[in-house]
Ligand binder design. Structure first.
Ligand SMILES: Cc1ncc(COP(=O)(O)O)c(C=O)c1O
Length: 363
């Protein structure tokens, strides 16, 4: 295949400087029992009722999915107390975030978000010609809402709040978000990305529903990839006010949410499945507490995490720590010279993380 024709197609210049999405690495196949805790996935297999719904849905796999996803949007509308028309679905909340950028951001318009945060943000913003305004996290790895408010200009079209923040873990309180919204012009959209909401301490979790009701510029982003464990099926959604919801449906890829993804998402909203998912969330929270307590006792100082992950702010040592863990059967996610993230997963993987934390400090 060395005789490729010369390629002279004109690509958009915006693509030249886009960072590549770095996926969580798969574990090496060398016989060691390894755990991939690099992608914040669920360690649990599908809930049986969800699995059965997916299998049953395959009978209709030769048909296009319901493009309007009527049944699922109705169920989500009930869950969120909104009209089904206010639910905008796509192939994961990352895709819905891309839809938001497409609907709101023109060439040179600005999108403000904390950094470091979800690494898809710069890609989605840049790919659509927007200009990313990255506001550094505080020393405690939290959003710096004061600096984010100051970063708003006439060109700002969209602000992304990630709570709990991936990869560092801290979350925003209702009061913090309300105070921040006071400072945001009403024509600028604020998207609250709560991919990890279900892992938050329920006593202090963001009062999202009230915030949404009170502010016409707030949009909520949710995924079925994390607690619901449907990362491989790709489905997520926004809860938006009517004009924006309609705009999202205009720009999204038609028929994005597939037949099995819609079936799985719908099944996962059944009360008995919700109960099981609630137990799973509780187990992850309890494992997170156990891991954090053990690491703290070893002398680690970690940001407070409300997600299904913990973050080691290791700076220059990040790559070395990830390699150290890799050699001991744990595949982590390193972020340059900033830090390393580990997903809270099955107890055996969490035990391994605690052991690795200890041996790193003793080395
Ligand atoms: C903060 C955040 N938002 C969104 C997503 C993407 O979720 P989805 O799988 O629904 O695209 C992730 C996935 O890692 C995430 O960390």
């Amino acid at each position: 295949m060395s005789d490729q024709p010369a390629e002279t197609v004109r690509l958009r210049p915006a693509l030249e400087n886009l960072p590549a999405y770095v996926p969580g690495r798969p574990p090496a196949d060398d016989g060691m029992v390894r755990y991939k805790v690099s992608s914040n996935e669920s360690p649990f297999p599908a809930v049986p009722a969800v699995r059965e719904a997916v299998i049953a849905s395959l009978d209709a796999a030769h048909r296009y999915p319901d493009a309007a996803a009527v049944a699922l949007r109705e169920a989500l509308g009930v869950q969120h107390g909104v009209d089904p028309a206010q639910i905008a679905l796509s192939t994961g909340s990352v895709a819905v975030t891309g839809d938001l950028v497409r609907a709101l951001v023109g060439e040179g318009d600005e999108v403000v978000y904390a950094w470091r945060s979800f690494e898809a943000y710069p890609i989605l913003v840049g790919a659509h010609g927007g200009s990313a305004v990255q506001v550094p996290l505080t020393a405690r790895a939290e959003h710096d809402l004061e600096a984010m408010a100051e970063a708003i200009t006439d060109r700002t079209r969209l602000i992304l709040l990630c709570t709990p923040n991936n990869p560092t873990g801290p979350s925003l309180s209702t009061q913090q978000v309300e105070d921040f919204l006071e400072r945001v012009p009403e024509d600028v959209v604020v998207a609250i990305d709560e991919a990890y909401r279900e892992f938050h301490d329920p006593a202090t979790v963001l009062g999202t529903a009230g915030i949404f009701r009170r502010h016409g510029n707030v949009v909520l982003l949710r995924t079925f990839s994390k607690l619901q464990g449907l990362a491989g099926l790709r489905i997520g959604y926004a809860v938006a006010h009517p004009r924006l919801a309609r705009a999202l449906s205009q720009v999204t890829v038609p028929f994005g949410a597939s037949v099995p993804a819609q079936a799985a998402a719908l099944a996962s909203l059944r009360p008995e499945v919700q109960e099981e998912l609630g137990r799973r969330a509780e187990q992850i929270r309890s494992e997170r507490s156990r891991v954090v307590a053990a690491l703290t006792a070893q002398g680690w100082e970690l940001p407070v995490s409300q997600g299904n992950f913990v973050y080691f702010p290791l700076g220059e040592d990040s790559a070395a720590f990830a390699e150290f863990a890799d050699a001991r059967g744990l595949v982590l996610r390193a972020y340059g010279v900033e830090g390393v993230r580990a997903t809270i997963a099955e107890p055996e993987a969490n035990d391994r993380l605690i052991e690795i934390g200890a041996s790193w400090r003793e080395r």
